[in-house]
Design a protein around this ligand. Structure first.
Ligand code: CA
Length: 227
């Protein structure tokens, strides 16, 4: 586990890194907001300890940047001035996961770091950016589809269409529903565009004589199932 400590008071930063090391937790230190963001772009951290009042970029701005621009799900533990409700509310709004009031006991800080890390790994075991159904996996971030270990290259529309099926496995979806989901059209276009794309998908997903997974429900629509 590697932690980034963002704290401008060097004494406090050193106390934290020394304390964490006693629990076998490695850390890097940034003494201002700019350096913190630079480090985050080049290195991966398992957790960020973030002071609020910092030179150059404050803790709230850093927090927002991590969540909104970098879109990192890394746990953030904020250090706030004791009893400052405004700090806590602003921190939560910016995307912090936990708070510790200054001054704090290093053992409590280490315990919170370990608890946040544990919780994060529980979530991480089922990545929310991945859909699994009918022997397929669909990664929403990488826009990647795999059948078993084989990557199946799809066009953007094919991907959107398959995503809709994978969000509702074993359920019949009408052509209207599929048009709405993949093309943003909420009515029947009077064309067979959906059927054409279903055939494209079948050719790619069911290549090499593998079993049918996109099934036709006559008079209704299509459904995804591994039968
Ligand atoms: Ca400070």
């Amino acid at each position: 586990m590697k932690v980034l400590i963002v704290e401008d008071e060097i004494k406090i930063s050193n106390v934290i890194s020394k304390g964490l090391r006693q629990y076998g937790i490695e850390s890097s230190a940034a003494f201002d907001g700019e350096v913190a963001l630079e480090l985050m772009k080049s290195e991966t951290f398992d957790l960020i300890i973030l002071d609020i009042i910092l030179p150059k970029i404050n803790g709230w701005e850093i927090c927002k940047y991590i969540r909104q621009t970098l879109q990192l799900p890394v746990p953030i533990l904020m250090l706030s001035a004791m009893g400052n409700t405004e700090h806590v509310i602003k921190g939560l709004d910016a995307g912090a996961d936990d708070f510790l009031a200054k001054p704090f006991k290093i053992d409590e800080l280490a315990a919170r770091v370990r608890a946040l890390n544990r919780r994060n790994h529980q979530y991480a075991s089922v990545p929310p950016n991945e859909l699994l159904a009918a022997g397929l996996s669909l990664n929403l971030n990488r826009m990647e589809v795999k059948r078993g270990e084989t990557v199946i290259p799809l066009t953007a529309k094919e991907f959107e269409l398959l995503k809709c099926f994978m969000q509702h496995p074993n359920r019949v979806l009408t052509r209207e529903q599929l048009l709405e989901a993949a093309w943003g059209i909420g009515f029947d276009t009077g064309t067979n565009v959906v059927d054409v794309y279903i055939n494209y998908l079948r050719r790619k997903l069911e290549a090499d004589g593998s079993l049918r997974i996109l099934h036709t429900k006559i008079g209704a629509g299509y459904y995804l199932s591994q039968e």
